[in-house]
Design a protein around this ligand. Structure first.
Ligand code: AP5
Length: 224
């Protein structure tokens, strides 16, 4: 298994820690991270055609049209070399996207080895997203929680600004969670019959969650 490229996806509610756990996984697994949310935010920041089309959709917490996101994802997967594995963060988000992913992976001869589901209650998701701020300026961007007084003070000292993601406003968080429950959560039943789902409790510190994810993944990839 170790010398073959590994193909994984991470899913779970907004705030479950998909991006955070991606960073941990990359320390030990040779994977190319592909975050559709980050790809879309980069398009918005660069004011590309796609960025202009999707900016309002992101700010409202809705899903971008399947045909756009599938095109973006396909281009990213096509650019991988055969030896590179990948970790999808935020794709697929509904059944048509999961079906499209099946088709793409079939064409690329890349089987999906595991779908890691980060399970988190709504109250904690709202707390994490509602309190998330990006300390921007005076060095590399840093993600902090607004209740972390020491981190806020450090940010101010270095001349940074506390920026909130437009989709982290309270009404948008609620909308993102509703979209997740209606469209993304059913993917558990899409992948379960294949025996590739690892359900991981996403409560606790990022480090604790990372230990659980690694343990689940070791077990899953040993069995593959
Ligand atoms: P995306 O960027 O994927 O956002 P999301 O899934 O809504 O979730 P987040 O990135 O906010 O949360 P996360 O689970 O990655 O957690 P994170 O590690 O960041 O998508 C944004 C938008 O793009 C979508 O709403 C949609 O419009 C569009 N989009 C993207 N993909 C699409 C697709 N396939 N189809 C259509 N549209 C698509 O952590 C969150 C916070 O919690 C951080 O502050 C972090 O520091 C903190 N945290 C993480 N883990 C812990 C922990 N264990 N304890 C305490 N705090 C923690």
């Amino acid at each position: 298994m170790n010398d073959r490229p590994i193909h994984l996806l991470l899913f779970g509610p907004p705030g479950a820690g998909k991006s955070t756990q991606t960073d941990y996984l990359l320390q030990h697994w040779n994977l190319v991270p592909i975050s559709t949310g980050a790809l879309l935010r980069a398009q918005v920041a660069r004011a590309t055609e796609i960025g202009k089309q999707v900016s309002g959709i992101l700010s409202r917490g809705e899903l971008v049209a399947d045909e756009i996101i599938i095109r973006v994802l396909r281009a990213r997967l096509d650019a991988l070399s055969p030896a590179q594995g990948f970790l999808l963060d935020g794709f697929p988000r509904n059944t048509p996207q999961a079906q499209a992913l099946d088709q793409i992976l079939h064409e690329l001869h890349r089987p999906l080895h595991a779908a890691i589901f980060l399970e988190l209650g709504m109250a904690e998701a709202i707390n994490r997203l509602g309190g998330r701020r990006i300390c921007h300026g005076g060095g590399a961007d840093e993600i902090i929680h607004i209740s972390d007084e020491a981190a806020v003070a450090r940010c101010i000292e270095r001349g940074g600004l506390l920026v909130q993601r437009p989709d982290d406003l309270p009404n948008v968080i609620i909308r993102r969670l509703a979209v997740y429950h209606a469209q993304t959560e059913p993917l558990l039943n899409f992948y379960r019959p294949r025996g590739i789902v690892c359900v991981v409790d996403a409560a606790g510190s990022p480090h604790e969650v990372a230990r659980r994810v690694s343990a689940a993944l070791e077990q899953m990839t040993r069995a593959t």
